[in-house]
Design a protein around this ligand. Structure first.
Ligand code: URA
Ligand code: SF4
Length: 210
């Protein structure tokens, strides 16, 4: 698929999502936050779900967590326009509660289509929800981070959610900086990868090739 076709298909999908009522989050959202960035990004970030600022502006990671994401990106020489940023659920859970399993299930085909169309070399999952959705792992982010996992001809690199670094200790931020450095190394083709048993399964469940 050409770059233009991928960009056009993403726009069509965003248009469809903008009126989606497939789960109860449609009732309380202001805007659907589909995603933002380059349709040909080499690296894609997947957060949890829109917060208040994101819901109001219709764009991902525009609040405090977004400022930290911007800083971590700039430390590895990337700008937001170089990457693509999306979330597990596209509508804000009221009061920023956790997204529920049925909401994640209702929304995940959008994310699968975004990954298929953008076709990034690296997907960085931010926090437990994105990491568990892609890797189908029981272990939490603290255990899983720090490595790159082969996943359907690309790498998934899990890290903490930026909000965890904002409310956590300096060591959370230091770990995130290590993980971002691993993203850079992987993009540069310098890193060692580790495999995870069953890592090929989740994409079928996401419907990526379905
Ligand atoms: N937190 C997220 O998980 N996603 C956003 O878009 C903003 C904050
Ligand atoms: Fe549709 Fe996803 Fe929004 Fe639910 S969260 S209404 S599935 S776009």
């Amino acid at each position: 698929m050409s770059d233009t076709e991928a960009a056009q298909e993403l726009m069509v999908l965003a248009e469809q999502a903008s009126t989606c009522t497939a789960c109860r989050l449609a009732e309380t959202r202001t805007n659907v936050v589909f995603g933002e960035g380059s349709a040909r990004a080499q690296v894609m970030f997947v957060g949890e779900g829109p917060g208040r600022n994101e819901d109001l502006q219709g764009l991902p990671f525009v609040g405090a967590a977004g400022q930290l994401l911007n800083r971590l990106l700039s430390e590895i020489g990337l700008e937001r326009s170089d990457v693509y940023i999306a979330n597990v659920v596209k509508c804000r859970p009221p009061g920023n509660r956790d997204p529920r399993p049925d909401e994640i299930a209702a929304c995940k085909d959008y994310l699968a289509a975004q990954i298929r169309l953008i076709d990034p070399a690296v997907v960085m999952t931010l926090g437990n929800f994105a990491t568990k959705l892609l890797l189908r792992e029981e272990r939490g982010i603290t255990r899983l981070r720090g490595r790159a996992y082969p996943w359907w001809n690309r790498m998934v690199i899990p890290t903490f959610h930026p909000a965890a670094a904002l409310r956590g200790s300096a060591s959370v931020l230091a770990s995130m900086q290590e993980d971002f450095a691993l993203v850079k190394a992987t993009l540069d083709g310098r890193s060692e990868s580790s495999s995870i048993s069953g890592a090929e399964r989740p994409v079928e469940q996401l419907g990526l090739f379905g």
